[in-house]
Write a protein that binds this ligand. Structure first.
Ligand code: HEM
Length: 409
């Protein structure tokens, strides 16, 4: 039987309609990705959550006994960095626990608070720059992606990790290039990768000599010796994993709040409301529509279907988060779903997002600050004309044109 072809990766519209159709037909489908890769797609909340928490679904492609896929060491065409080195995103079991433990405690809700003042300062600096951009643009709209949403989380992760302020734009540019979906074996990709590694190595050397309140300083000061390889791959995973996803929720939050004055007013009321809105934005539009690839290390039954050993599984966080079996009025943005299950935008189980508390902190500081500075901010194009990229693992917005002070008359 030829599996149905998943021609288009889901965009915002498919997130509602395309997935609803699939999800209602069956929880588990065999589909062919446009690259010609056959995968098992899981769509219902309970099964996606069970899959995330099932360690027979491994993330390490090296565990595949027969590498039937033409990954060539990579897992997907745009997967540049998850296959470089050993780190949280591509290891399982004890190796994963060891690597995750290097930074886990530092990324807890209690620990990330120490970066709050720094984040607030950066948000205001970036808002000042945005205001300046707006002045230059005159009566033209401003593109919020390059103007605010992309550089801010990249700057914040640079501070958290310990990259010098002068080097942060370079690090951000290299990460952006490496995630651009180009051929990972091309000479320019290899050059960018080496440039990024050189930048991190130089940062590690500086922090050894001159430690601060950042992750690299902390890691190099640990009494148990951390090898340079683990250090490099862990720092790279954080640098790559964090900014694009956080930027997507910043952009999505801006779109939703600019069109929902009732929600904006409630969100600005107090911190608890901001937190509730951020959780709901993440549920409604998870930046990673899928968890990272899973590989079955044995036959696994999921949603009444036996997925054979050595299969590739895509767990759809986007479909699960809109499952009416889990959420009432699942397609509506409706904060305060305390009596409903936790959304899966950050995953679940041992691989759940290590940066989740940092991301929440960034979003709860940034979204109210943006709308307090520009209370009349509005989209300069209809929301359904915004273009989302079709990279498998993180959906990003190409451009977000806004009127900072409302549409000129
Ligand atoms: C809104 C923002 C974010 C979202 C929606 C998000 C989403 C996710 C998801 C879904 C996973 C689990 C993947 C899986 O199980 O296959 C994950 C893991 C991870 N995330 Fe995030 N993430 C965000 C922000 C961040 C930030 C800011 C950082 C870095 C500081 C980060 C670093 C990581 C790392 C290193 C992992 C791997 C954890 C592990 O496998 O143990 N993420 N993220």
């Amino acid at each position: 039987v030829t599996p149905p072809l998943l021609l288009r990766l889901p965009n915002e519209a498919d997130n509602t309609e395309g997935y609803a159709l699939l999800r209602e037909e069956a929880s588990v489908h065999q589909v062919m990705l446009p690259e010609g890769l056959p995968v098992w797609l899981v769509t219902r909340y309970e099964d996606v959550k069970a899959g995330l928490r099932d360690e027979r679904l491994a993330v390490d492609p090296q565990l595949l006994s027969s590498p039937v896929h033409k990954f060539g060491g990579r897992r997907i065409p745009e997967d540049t960095l998850t296959s470089s080195g050993r780190h949280m995103l591509n290891t399982d079991g004890p190796e994963h626990r060891r690597l995750r433990a290097l930074v886990n405690a530092e990324m807890s809700s209690g620990s990330v608070i120490r970066w709050r003042a720094g984040i607030e300062r950066m948000v205001h600096e970036h808002l000042d720059r945005l205001e300046e951009l707006g002045r230059h643009a005159g009566d033209q709209p401003v593109n919020l992606m390059p103007g605010f949403v992309n550089p801010l989380p990249a700057d914040i992760i640079g501070m958290v990790i310990g990259i010098d302020p002068g080097q942060r734009p370079t690090a951000a540019r290299l990460v952006r290039n490496l995630l651009s979906g180009g051929d990972t074996a091309s000479p320019e990709m290899i050059d960018w990768y080496h440039e990024l590694i050189d930048l991190i190595v130089a940062t590690i050397e500086r922090k050894r000599a001159n430690p601060g309140d950042d992750l690299i300083s902390l890691l190099v000061s640990k009494p148990e010796q951390i090898g340079v390889r683990d250090l490099l791959s862990t720092i790279t995973a954080l640098l790559v994993g964090g900014p694009p996803t956080t930027a997507t929720t910043m952009a999505y939050g801006t779109i939703v709040l600019s069109r929902r004055p009732d929600l904006l007013e409630r969100t600005l009321a107090d911190e608890a409301e901001v937190a509730a809105t951020v959780e709901e934005l993440l549920r409604h539009h998870p930046p990673f529509p899928f968890a990272t690839w899973r590989f079955t290390t044995e036959d696994v039954e999921l949603g009444g279907v036996t997925i054979p050993k050595d299969a590739t599984v895509l767990l759809s966080l986007a479909a699960a988060n809109r499952d009416p079996r889990a959420y009432a009025d699942a397609d509506a943005v409706c904060p305060h779903r305390e009596n409903e299950p936790t959304h899966l935008a950050f995953g679940s189980g041992v691989h759940r997002c290590v940066g989740a508390w940092l991301a929440r902190l960034e979003l709860t500081v940034t979204l109210p600050a943006l709308f307090r500075r520009f209370p009349r901010l509005s989209l300069a194009v209809p929301a359904d004309e915004l273009v989302w990229t079709r990279v498998v693992f993180d959906r990003r917005l190409e451009s977000l044109p806004v009127w900072l002070h409302g549409r000129p008359r």
